[in-house]
Design a protein around this ligand. Sequence first.
Ligand code: NAD
Ligand code: DAU
Length: 351
Amino acid sequence: MSKKIVITGGAGFIGSHVVRLFVNKYPDYKIINLDALTYAGNLENLKDIEDLPNYVFEKADIVDASRVNEIFQKYQPEGVIHLAAESHVDRSILSPLDFVYTNVIGTVNLLNAAKEAWKNDFEGKRFYHVSTDEVYGALGAEGLFTEETPYSPNSPYSASKAASDHFVRAYGETYHLPFVLSNCSNNYGPNHFPEKLIPLFINNIINKKPLPVYGDGKYTRDWLYVIDHAAAIDLIFHKGRNAETYNIGGFNEWQNIDLVRLLINKMDEKLGNLPGTSDNLITYVKDRPGHDLRYAIDATKINKELGWYPSVTFEEGLKLTIDWYFDNQEWLKNVTTGAYQEYYGKQYGGR
Ligand code: NAD
Ligand code: DAU
């Protein structure tokens, strides 16, 4: 079956893995990568597939409704997989409105474009909205987020993602727009922008720079290798039930400080250092305001309904990730100059 699918945010971290998977796995599909190429978007992420005949790139800002409509008119896609977003919690604290524009208004623009393009025939159409577990707020020491957990976002980022989730549902209820939604835990892997914990700390260990651990470092996240998220997105897009939400998680909870120690261990080994050499880089810094204590996902539904389970262990995933950053130091250098340094100064001061 041939299909045209618009994937938004395809030049970003997760989006680039989803684009690669779809372009390689479905040669009969046409994959349209719609991305504004913000600081987080990078076409280098897609060098290996950019010349394939079933891939096309459209530089566009989802906040620009007429540009989005133009792309829908041009390609007449049957599906949308929407990943474009401002995605970093710390930046949302510095600049919340950017998150409202892209995550809320941008999502509504896409919904309107899909509704308009599909209005006469919803058969075979699907709007897939990729969201986050952060919409559920924070867990205490016990419990897991299920699909029924009430929304309780605490950061401007998660509030903007929660708002976009609500709009997607509302378009389903009000206009019968066919949709599916997923809420995933923390991803890690190749091409992850080095503002997030794992790639930031890999880069800082390479450069012998302080590792800024927020608060007491006892915050907990549930880590999933990005390739497993892309595989879940493929399954949900093709086999998920209409108007349903699927939680996706790694069954892999780590307190930040334990994860940082594990990472230091692996990095020292890779660098040929004596064990513990980089321990002294750990620097406890001021906590993130509104810092959510713990996220953890109950991924039973996607496991039972669609047979999905993470395929990459944390041990394997971390090794693949570290190896990738070592083999791609040019990529790392290119994304950590200019605007990155400015952001780093604002976020971490002189450290
Ligand atoms: P990212 O920041 O790496 O990439 C975002 C991409 O969106 C970039 O290519 C950027 O250029 C593009 N973009 C941003 N604003 C845009 C705009 N106005 N118009 C068009 N394109 C725009 O993000 P990511 O970590 O790959 O996350 C992708 C999606 O998955 C997001 O919706 C995020 O909320 C969600 N998510 C991420 C994680 C995670 O751990 N990274 C976990 C769960 C869900
Ligand atoms: O849970 C899914 C979410 O995971 C996604 O929706 C977000 O897009 C993604 O950025 C991620 O959010 P987090 O805030 O959990 O990820 P981050 O890598 O920024 O931080 C992970 C943990 O590490 C968190 O407890 C904060 C802490 N941290 C982070 C940074 C950048 C530090 O201690 N120091 C740091 O410098």
